[in-house]
Design a protein around this ligand. Structure first.
Ligand code: HEM
Length: 190
């Protein structure tokens, strides 16, 4: 990701984080709307989970300029998610729930440019986590793109795929979602 995109993500995250736990509540309601079966995975207190998610996201977002400092922790977190029963496709649902949360939280400030910057940031995070948990084959190298050069050396050679992916997905991350949650007009390719 270039420095400008990182700045956009960081500034917008601070605005959404200012909503406090409401932002996390909104995120989980979007996530469970996308796939209601995911609710059963969360066995602990949802309030605690809201706090944990917000602080993990805050750490990731605030480290976008110095990702090397947190890659190890992010990889460990990903492996821990295997025990929760998390599957590779769930990262797409989580990414889309995040985008919907940002859209609702920021309203008209959630511009296409900002959306694009968040898609880059989330793809980068999801790539690292999926690679750590499931190996390269499931990590979505194509979707990861040029943007993750600093996080994942070698990924730049895949940049030519990005335009195709971006054109196909103007607002949301690609992914197959349960038919019941697909909304009219949304694309669910991948
Ligand atoms: C994409 C980035 C993600 C981040 C930053 C993240 C962050 C976290 C954190 C910080 C925890 C708490 C871990 C602990 O207690 O030590 C957690 C737990 C959990 N996460 Fe994630 N997560 C991510 C992706 C996902 C995905 C894709 C799913 C699938 C639905 C998921 C489902 C869960 C579940 C089920 C738990 C355990 C909740 C419980 O104990 O009740 N997470 N996550």
């Amino acid at each position: 990701m270039d420095a400008h995109k990182i700045d956009l993500v960081q500034q917008s995250f601070e605005k959404v984080a200012a909503l406090g736990l409401k932002a996390a509540e909104l995120f989980y309601s979007e996530l469970f709307a996308i796939d209601p079966s995911l609710r059963a995975m969360f066995k602990g207190s949802m309030q605690e989970q809201h706090k944990k998610l917000l602080s993990a996201l805050a750490l990731v977002v605030r480290s976008l300029h110095t990702p090397e400092k947190i890659v190890g922790a992010v990889e460990k977190l990903a492996v821990k998610h295997l025990d929760y029963g998390v599957k590779p496709e769930h990262y797409t649902y989580v990414g889309n729930a995040l985008l919907r949360t940002l859209k609702k939280g920021l309203g008209s400030e959630f511009t296409p440019e900002l959306s694009d910057a968040w898609v880059d940031a989330f793809r980068m995070l999801a790539h690292i986590m999926k690679k750590a948990a499931y190996g390269s084959a499931q990590a979505g190298i194509r979707g990861a793109s040029l943007s993750m050069r600093s996080w994942c050396p070698g990924a730049e050679s895949n940049h030519r795929h990005r335009d195709f992916q971006s054109r196909a997905l103007p607002t949301e991350l690609p992914g197959r979602r349960p038919a019941s949650s697909r909304r009219g007009g949304e694309r669910g390719a991948l």
